[in-house]
Design a binder for this molecule. Structure first.
Ligand SMILES: [Zn+2]
Length: 160
């Protein structure tokens, strides 16, 4: 069987670091919007121009990709993805939502811990035509949107 891991040796995983309270510009406690036993959701550190306030849902455990995802973790991620999409619709007043999830470099994966993108969608936002226009978002701009989703979700936001 072909190897299914692309994680480099000694990889420092940002989604695991956030759970250990190791913070930097792209990983702040104000980014966390919901935590369950097996999954958590955070505001994304990078947004596309027509879709501000995008979020990521990840398993708590360090699982690289969909191929190796234990079913219980997969269920937890999908359940939380649903809640985040509903919260986004209520909090942002967006016209729709989209999810996407990437596996392996050929699938555009670039963080080696599985994550589901949840995007607020707006009529004619051209999300899929503007793939190269994403930008990194500052801490306070992320916190504003995270606060809206936290309020809509009313779920735990700490890892303890
Ligand atoms: Zn990880």
């Amino acid at each position: 069987m072909r190897p299914i891991s692309h994680e480099p040796a000694g990889y420092s995983c940002p989604f695991c670091r956030l759970q250990r309270d190791e913070f930097n510009d792209r990983n702040q406690p104000t980014d966390v919007i919901a935590v369950t036993d097996r999954a958590y959701a955070r505001i994304a550190p990078k947004w596309w121009p027509g879709n501000p306030g995008a979020a990521l849902v990840v398993p708590r455990g360090h699982i690289e990709n969909l191929y190796t995802m234990p079913p219980d973790d997969g269920h937890a991620v999908w359940d939380l993805t649903q809640r985040v999409a509903v919260a986004m619709r209520d909090a942002y007043g967006c016209d729709g939502t989209s999810t996407r999830q990437h596996n392996e470099p050929a699938g555009n994966q670039d963080v080696w811990h599985l994550h589901v993108h949840v995007f607020p969608r707006y009529t004619d936002d051209r999300l899929y035509q503007r793939h190269d226009h994403a930008r990194w978002i500052g801490v306070s701009e992320r916190a504003d949107f995270a606060h809206q989703l936290r309020s809509a979700l009313a779920m735990p936001v700490t890892f303890g």
